[in-house]
Design a protein around this ligand. Structure first.
Ligand code: NI
Length: 139
């Protein structure tokens, strides 16, 4: 763990009150942890704006497996990107619907391209990408 540095922040009282209220709702015990999380959030968002840094995404996909050729198409797209797709889990939700959760690790633009391609495939009902982090930029 790296050295801890203390610093002072000046801001409008009303803004600080709102921040404190929010932190209480969210369950933060003190401002420091809430500020640390805000900074980490910003760093993760930068990780996703960078074209060089490696990052991690968790992608969920809901689709109707009765749709003709859909299973095959989705599988084909994933097989083309084995270097980025780390893991995938398939759940049969009911008689019609499937849920797939895919973990991807690589450059942000490549992850977005793959997940956009999966989401826009005909018959896919919902696709959602969680843009998280490898954690290495958050030390
Ligand atoms: Ni299924």
């Amino acid at each position: 763990m790296s050295k801890i540095t203390r610093f002072g922040v000046s801001l409008e009282s009303t803004l600080l009150e709102k921040f404190d209220q929010l932190n209480t709702q969210k369950g933060y015990k003190n401002r420091s942890e809430a500020i640390r999380d805000l900074i980490r959030e910003k760093l993760v968002s930068e990780e996703w704006n960078s074209s060089q840094q490696e990052t991690v995404g968790v992608f969920s996909l809901v689709y109707d497996h009765h749709q003709r050729e859909l299973n095959k198409t989705l599988n084909h797209i994933q097989h083309q990107h084995v270097e980025v797709i780390v893991s995938s889990t398939h759940v049969h939700i009911d008689q019609h619907n499937c849920l797939e959760v895919i973990i991807l690790k690589g450059k942000a633009n490549i992850i977005k391209k793959i997940t956009d391609q999966l989401t826009s495939t005909r018959g896919v009902k919902h696709g959602e990408l969680i843009m998280t982090s490898t954690g290495s930029s958050l030390k």
